[in-house]
Design a binder for this molecule. Sequence first.
Ligand code: A3P
Length: 290
Amino acid sequence: RLTMEPSKEFMFKYKGFYFGVNTSVEHVASLENFEIKDSDIFIATYPKSGTVWTQNILSLILHEGHRNGTEDMELMDRIPWLEYNIKNKDFASLPLPRVFATHLPYYLLPRDLRNKRGRIIYITRNPKDVVVSYYHFSKYMNIVEEAPDFNTCMERFLAGKVLASSWFDHVAGWYGHAEDFNILFLTYEDMKKDLRSAVLKICNFLGKKLSEEEIESIVRQATFENMKKDPRANYENLPDDIADKKKGRFLRKGTVGDWKNMMTVAQSERFDEVLNEKIKTLPIKITWDI
Ligand code: A3P
């Protein structure tokens, strides 16, 4: 099957994992020894699984449902990317608790994290919705390689030739080493079904006690409809050469099961064929629709 090799213009491979070119081998390699503080919190995901959603929820939880001025901050300033330190921040001097987002696979994580320092929230989303979301994302994110059509995008995804490489390996690595971390596993679909429960789970995990009103306020602000109106959640301030706002929006659809609108029956079967082979060893249950 034709997958077409990804172009070096957009990604590079380090230890078998695809990174976007807006980071460097030096930075990524240095993360192994990155010093973790016990209060650090990480949101870890495979791309398009609800990272920005969880970044917003976490921001709100840490500010007790208010924004305390953070509404004027870009998401990247509130919760920077660990492996894409685009603004060259001095991570060591960030206010505590530090919160980072990451797409790193298990085997490239800072050693301290794998020794149970810090806390991690790992979000998964059903991989058919992930690839559909990725396809749309690549159309307007000029820094992500756009496949000529959905089928090519899907084949690249199944072959792990996309940002963050193979979905299967990513999920298997994290779930397979769950015992090594202080970790909370959540799914996009569970968040969609019952956002309030997801917020409560995160609060419990972080030992954060909030009032009923604060919880309500967080849930209200973190709905798709409300976040869709927030320019910062949509990365609207990114320059056009990075994100072409005429071609799409970051908060696109926010539903479970959109893959049914995109995949043909043959494509879905082809996906299942690869998935069923790889998923045998994965201790997760995938929710395709709600
Ligand atoms: P869609 O493209 O299916 O709409 P990430 O942040 O990991 O890149 O994930 C992006 C996906 O999460 C997009 O999916 C986006 O719309 C969705 N998303 C973001 N905020 C959301 C929210 N509040 N509720 C539901 N989905 C949300």
